[in-house]
Design a protein around this ligand. Structure first.
Ligand code: HAM
Length: 418
């Protein structure tokens, strides 16, 4: 028996209401904030991710689905959405548009991870990118968008963690201080942190191993080593968030898992979740467009995993509006009535009334049973007698009441009830 690949899942019809709900709220918030949809391919040249996400990161080192295509080019299923959007911004000359360009996407993301609750090898992200402006008010806009989005879903008990990780002016000095501090603890570090110390020292700050966390506590904090411009930017952002009454917690150890970030970074987590359970995260990436060969353009973005949102919606028992289905089931008895039923179903659908028809030559009882199990509110029944009289029987399934209506009036009658 074949099964869905490990770490992937089928989204079955009875679960679709969650997906539709979340995606509709995402579209709505984007419309309110003036973000336009962009869809990029699910695969890109491998080097795009190597250059942007960063060589030393877990994503590039361990998690990419990379393959050589028939033409011998190295391709990678996108492990995140920011780099493809930046590639598209540059490729389509979007720096000529009024800045910032506000974009969003919803689509599948692929990471070869150890599957567990809320962690998949294929997941779906809703992300936004605002490219072309350095104003901290744009940071506040993106953070507020994320915050309002979760609120619109009805999710409660979320925390917003915020940090600034500086820029190319102030970060090198800070990293040197960090290296010096950690060199004094090199013996006690876990093997991963040993590697981070050489390749990616900022990531030392978010090691989850208890022994390393003890060492982190004494590490120099980047917020205390920001250059004047970064500090001013961060203060302004905090001021705007205060004004919006969006509560945040300053987390000096929040560094994120992708190398392109500069200045403000943030994550939103359920209060009980723990560090592995971020619902969403993002930050500024002021150097990325230039690094990918574009005209320099500062930018900020955010992305959130739909599976994790749905997990939290379920845990919090949030009720969803059902996806509307057909309103009427058409039952028939005999071949002649069946022909009429087929025509009637088509007529109803053309008038915008959803209809499902019986099939085969089942008894009326078993047709009604099926109508019941499909939970359709009404059934139209056509038999030989009804045909002769030019009527159909309309049965209200909940009340068990039925009335005869002329075939010619079925559409208008059902329209009135809808
Ligand atoms: P990220 O934090 O790597 O950021 O991923 C964003 C969100 O995707 C996470 O907070 C989580 O909800 C979800 N996610 C990540 N990996 C998985 C997984 N294996 N299974 C299920 N859900 C997952 C980014 O990808 C950045 N591109 C965000 C960004 C946009 N920064 C600026 N603009």
């Amino acid at each position: 028996m074949y099964q869905a690949p490990r770490g992937t899942q089928d989204i079955l019809p009875h679960d679709q209401a969650y997906w539709r709900f979340v995606e509709e709220k995402a579209e709505k918030i984007c419309q309110l904030y003036g973000y336009k949809r962009i869809d990029t391919p699910v695969f890109e040249q491998t080097s795009l991710f190597r250059r942007s996400v960063g060589e030393g990161t877990d994503i590039v080192e361990k998690q990419m689905y990379t393959f050589e295509d028939q033409g011998g080019d190295s391709m990678t299923l996108r492990p995140e959405g920011t780099a493809p959007v930046c590639r598209a911004y540059i490729e389509h000359g979007m720096h000529n548009l009024p800045q910032p360009v506000r974009l969003y996407y919803i689509g599948p993301i692929f990471r070869y991870e150890r599957p567990q609750a809320g962690r998949y090898r294929q997941h779906r992200q809703f992300g936004v990118e605002a490219i072309g402006d350095a104003d901290p008010a744009l940071d506040a806009e993106v953070i507020s968008m994320a915050w309002e989005f979760y609120a619109s879903l009805g999710l409660k008990g979320l925390t917003l963690q915020l940090n600034s990780i500086g820029c190319k002016v102030c970060r090198p000095d800070y990293l040197e201080k960090l290296r010096q501090y950690y060199s004094g603890h090199a013996q006690a570090l876990c093997p991963d942190c040993g590697r981070r110390l050489r390749q990616n020292p900022l990531r030392l700050l978010d090691c989850k191993k208890p022994s390393c966390q003890e060492i982190v506590k004494g590490a120099p904090r980047i917020a205390e080593h920001l250059c004047q411009q970064c500090a001013r930017h961060f203060d302004a952002l905090k001021g705007y968030l205060d004004g919006l009454e969006i509560p945040y917690e300053l987390n000096p150890y929040l560094v994120r898992g992708l190398d392109y970030y500069t200045r403000a970074v943030f994550e939103i987590q359920p209060r009980e979740g723990g560090a592995q359970s971020a619902l969403g995260g993002g930050g500024r990436y002021d150097g990325l467009i230039e690094q990918l060969g574009g005209t320099p353009a500062p930018a900020i973005g955010f992305a959130t995993g739909l599976e994790r949102i749905i997990l939290n919606l379920r845990q919090q028992g949030i009720e969803l509006p059902p996806i509307p289905g057909p309103e009427v089931y058409i039952a028939y008895l005999g071949e002649k009535a069946k022909k009429e039923a087929i025509k009637l179903a088509a007529k109803l659908r053309r008038a915008g009334i959803g209809a499902t028809m019986a099939l085969g030559d089942k008894s009326l009882k078993s047709q009604l049973k099926q109508a019941n199990s499909l939970a359709l509110p009404q059934t139209l029944i056509i038999g030989e007698n009804e045909l002769k009289k030019g009527v159909a029987v309309l049965r209200n399934m909940a009340l068990g009441e039925q009335v005869e209506i002329p075939l010619s009036q079925v559409v208008t009658r059902l329209k009135k009830e809808a």
